[in-house]
Write a protein that binds this ligand. Structure first.
Ligand code: MN
Length: 201
């Protein structure tokens, strides 16, 4: 699925790499269906509508549309930022989830970087949760690589993407209410715990 992070127009909604109910009971089937087939699909459709009128942009990749947002025609700049972000962010989010028993913890170079920066996986988890607490309203918390190849945790609002700030995203946690409200209602902390249990590096 993540090979579609640098796809070009016409953009597609790649199928999930697991069944809609594969993450039950941690992440429920109805949420996954709506999240993938309705929310992500709408971002794909909107982005295609936007780019259809701009042949010069049809060879830009999804990540180029995000990184080069300030070089786009002014009249579509905000809409492309929101919708290209909506496509990229969701594909990364879904790519990093796996059914119970199939999740991978960090290993190799990523684990070394995590040990340097956070003292290990549990330190990463604690700092990540602290960052989640600073996201007010709709947005994301991310694990990213900075320009020096070091790990950082950053947050963004709406469907903004860290690529626009010269960070390379590794992990995306969707904190929009549509990601958890059907199952968890207002208990966002329960969703975060269940997301962590489904997270696969
Ligand atoms: Mn979402």
């Amino acid at each position: 699925m993540e090979e579609n992070l640098n796809q070009r127009y016409p953009f597609i909604n790649p199928p999930l790499p697991y069944a809609y109910d594969a993450l039950e009971p941690l992440i429920d089937e109805e949420t996954m269906r709506l999240h993938h087939d309705a929310h992500l699909q709408t971002y794909v459709d909107n982005l295609n509508d936007l780019i259809s009128g701009y042949p010069d942009l049809q060879n830009w990749t999804l990540d180029q549309l995000i990184i080069g947002n300030d070089r786009l025609p002014w009249e579509i700049r905000d809409a492309v930022r929101n919708n290209a972000g909506g496509v990229y962010n969701h594909i990364l989010y879904f790519s990093r989830l796996a059914p119970a028993g199939e999740t991978n913890l960090p290993s190799g170079e990523l684990l070394s970087l995590m040990e340097q920066r956070f003292g290990g996986f549990s330190g990463f988890r604690e700092e990540f949760k602290n960052a989640v607490g600073t996201v007010f309203g709709s947005g994301y918390t991310w694990l990213v690589l900075d320009r020096n190849g070091q790990l950082q945790i950053v947050t963004t609002a709406n469907q903004d993407n860290p690529l626009a700030s010269c960070f390379f995203p590794l992990i995306a946690l969707d904190l929009w209410e549509h990601a958890y409200y059907l199952k968890h209602h207002n208990k966002r902390a329960d969703y975060i715990d269940n997301w962590f249990s489904s997270l696969s590096f």
